[in-house]
Design a protein around this ligand. Structure first.
Ligand SMILES: Cc1cc2cn([C@H]3C[C@H](O)[C@@H](CO)O3)c(=O)nc2[nH]1
Length: 219
């Protein structure tokens, strides 16, 4: 039997802290020949009527596993979505779910080790049996203080009580994963943008990115 190698589009993971401008970055490519896959926050807010995102922020130790299990499922769905375009850009990935958000829950003592291990077993099985690979990571690098202000302005109801300390912890986990590479491997080469800059200055940063993303269509 001939094994048909499933071609994977050039896959970009857009990574960064809460409020780092990921949605803005994706929207910059709205008219390009790119499949844009935003973070399915609306799905996390309504699973058969349950707002798992809200539950997780209200009581992370009780609902962290529930929420992150569902996040992992929704990310697998996006990773394995068939290729509709030569380039696919995802807002975050199963990798930032595992290495940043789940890691934060266990490091903050909000998730018991047995739950962390179960999530990691799922993560290892999924990433070794399914094609969740990426070809480039765009890291929107920010300072916690900047994203804290932006998050407050955006005022997502579930994030009302998110602290600067939480954002700082998430920032450090992104830096460890993508920059220092102390504990976890990095699934693709990383290009880093200074996402502290003002929105109109960001357009210039985004344009600088285009050759690294859109030129893939010409090979
Ligand atoms: C992959 C992944 C995304 C993600 C987002 N979140 C939270 C951070 C924000 O408040 C909101 C939308 O990104 O969901 C989370 O707790 N765990 C996550 N894991």
């Amino acid at each position: 039997n001939i094994s048909v190698k499933k071609i994977r589009p050039f896959t970009v993971f857009v990574e960064g802290n809460i409020g780092s401008g990921k949605t803005t970055f994706l929207n910059h490519f709205a008219n390009a020949d790119v499949q844009l896959l935003s973070e399915p926050v609306e799905m996390w807010r309504n699973v058969e009527g349950h707002n798992l995102l809200g539950l997780m922020y209200e009581n992370p130790s009780r609902w962290g596993l529930t929420f992150q299990t569902y996040v992992q499922l929704t990310m697998v769905d996006l990773h394995t979505r068939p290729a509709a375009y030569p380039v696919k850009m995802m807002e975050r990935s199963i990798y930032s779910a595992r290495y940043c958000f789940v890691e934060n829950l266990v490091q903050e003592g909000l998730m018991p080790t047995c739950e962390y291990v179960v999530l990691d077993e799922w993560f290892k099985w999924i990433t070794s049996h399914l094609d969740t690979g990426g070809d480039l990571i765009v890291y929107l690098r920010t300072s916690p203080e900047v994203v804290f202000e932006r998050m407050k302005v955006r005022a997502r109801k579930e994030e009302t009580h998110v602290s600067l300390q939480y954002l700082t912890k998430l920032h450090e986990l992104h830096e460890d994963w993508l920059f220092n590479r102390t504990k976890f491997s990095c699934p693709a080469p990383v290009i880093t943008l200074d996402a502290n800059r003002d929105i109109n200055e960001m357009e210039e940063e985004f344009r600088k990115c285009e050759p690294k993303i859109l030129f893939q269509q010409q090979n």
